[in-house]
Design a protein around this ligand. Structure first.
Ligand code: FDP
Length: 327
């Protein structure tokens, strides 16, 4: 992609000051996104200096998902809770690393509910492979007091979603209705510059991303879906959802983490991973399904619930879902 000078000189802050200016649906959203960008810069510095900064290793605890907590998981969770609370616009936060709802405030300016996976791809932290952060953003229902129930909203009600990849560069992708924009952190100015304007999935799907090591655990139809993809596309699997998703968004591809008879709901979290990325992919022309239904239509029953996820180019997602469903 060749960037025009005007695209490159646009920063996240200048973009937000014009893109939805005057649109009441997004009142105060710029403060929430700016907080995410600030937190991402802090995490990017820690990721780059990981071993030197003393954030490699585990805390010795397991999280609400029963997974080993890495030091960087905790640092990222604390950082984003801090900056989001400081934005003055967030009413409550749901976080993969925190069992209960974090209630921030319920004044009239506290308009947004944020659900986040502060550090996605934890198992890649200490091997210098790309990791990320994911955020789903809902408008608080007018007049509703903030409670656990305020967070159990279907993904289709998201007003925005964002993710950050900490890779060879730090990239922040933000979506609102019909618009997906990508910004790259300029290490010199410490600003996010608009480098991927108006992102759309390429028409051609190039890659499939799945943990092939799980193949034997899968049921017959899901195996058939995987072998069909294997026969058609190249395999790329980083093992960090955000990194796999970002590559597929830019290059065309499908990511799947299906359920299996032992874990019918798969591994990934509906509220922190599937919903935000499903929102992004749909605004970019793609699709996301659990295999049984559109991700964004699922009515959540619990904050930390899991879901199978099939996400990427719409035609390939539809075909894969039909094989899994009909097999
Ligand atoms: P991780 O366990 O390293 O935190 O949601 C967690 C996640 O990574 C995703 O980022 C990634 O796509 C997936 O799990 C990888 O799982 P497998 O190791 O089972 O392939």
């Amino acid at each position: 992609m060749t960037l025009t000078d005007s695209a490159r000189s646009e920063t996240l802050s200048t973009y937000m000051s014009t893109a939805w200016s005057g649109d009441a649906r997004y009142d105060g959203l710029d403060a929430v996104i700016a907080a995410i960008a600030e937190g991402a810069q802090q995490i990017q510095q820690k990721v780059q200096a990981a071993t030197l900064a003393g954030v490699i290793g585990t805390t010795g605890e397991t999280n609400v998902q029963g997974e080993i907590v890495q030091l960087l998981d905790t640092a990222a969770s604390d950082t984003f809770v801090d900056v989001l609370s400081g934005s003055g616009r967030v009413a409550a936060i749901g976080c993969e690393e925190i069992e209960d709802t974090v209630v921030v405030g319920d004044g009239s300016r506290h308009r947004y509910i944020v659900q986040m996976d502060p550090l996605d791809g934890s198992s890649n932290i200490d091997v210098a492979v790309s990791i990320g952060s994911i955020f789903g953003i809902w408008s608080r229902r007018p007049g509703e007091p903030v409670s656990d129930a305020s967070l159990l909203r279907p993904g289709k009600e998201q007003v925005a979603a964002a993710y950050v990849v900490y890779g060879s560069s730090a990239v922040l992708v933000m979506a609102i209705e019909n618009s997906v924009q990508g910004f790259t952190l300029d290490p010199t100015s410490r600003q996010f510059a608009l480098t991927h304007p108006d992102l759309r999935l390429p028409d051609k799907c190039s890659y499939y991303s799945a943990n092939e090591g799980n193949f034997k655990k899968l049921d017959g139809p899901t195996r058939k879906a995987i072998t069909t993809l294997r026969d058609t596309y190249s395999l790329r699997y980083v093992g960090s959802l955000v990194a796999d998703f970002h590559r597929n968004l830019l290059k065309g591809g499908i990511f799947l983490y299906p359920g299996d008879p032992g874990s019918p709901d798969g591994k990934l979290r509906l509220m922190y991973e599937a919903n935000p990325l499903a929102f992004v992919v749909e605004q970019a022309g793609g699709a996301a399904s659990s295999g049984a239904r559109r991700i964004l239509d699922i009515q959540p029953e619990a904050l930390h619930q899991r879901t199978p996820l099939i996400i990427g180019n719409k035609d390939v997602v539809d075909r894969t879902v039909s094989i899994i469903g009909n097999g």
